[in-house]
Design a protein around this ligand. Structure first.
Ligand code: 5GP
Ligand code: ZN
Length: 113
């Protein structure tokens, strides 16, 4: 079995509230939401971090944004939302399977902490 919790979610081997799935992308609700809407959007294929992306990943990475837009519409947060990708230890990345956070449903302050 995969060591990676997000790979296990993709494989259906770990529980998650999945709200979108296709052949290359899965999206599910964050287990510890930081906003009324907090969704994680991930490539199904294990990519460790932005630090590891390659030119061949470009289409999948671009599609993460298209799924984010679609989910923002579906979740009624089009008045404002934030997309975050933490990369590396100093940015607080805690799961080393690349993921996009989609946050919305409240006013989001700037700069982030
Ligand atoms: P990071 O800190 O790496 O940018 O974000 C990891 C996110 O994954 C955190 O917001 C955390 O709450 C979420 N997370 C960690 N483990 C799980 C899990 O098993 N299921 C779900 N749904 N979210 C998780
Ligand atoms: Zn993984």
């Amino acid at each position: 079995m995969s060591e990676c919790i997000f790979c296990r979610i993709v494989q259906g081997m770990a529980p998650a509230r999945v709200i979108y799935r296709d052949e290359e992308i899965t999206a599910f609700h964050d287990i510890n939401p930081q906003a009324p809407v907090h969704i994680l959007i991930i490539p199904n294929r294990h990519i460790t971090s932005v630090a590891c992306i390659e030119p061949g990943d470009a289409n999948t990475l671009g599609r993460l944004f298209l799924v984010a837009r679609q989910l923002a519409e579906q979740e009624n947060i089009t008045d404002g939302y934030r997309i975050v990708v933490n990369s590396g230890r100093m940015a607080g990345q805690s799961v080393y399977h690349l993921h996009m956070h989609l946050l919305g449903g409240r006013r989001l302050s700037w700069p982030p902490g």
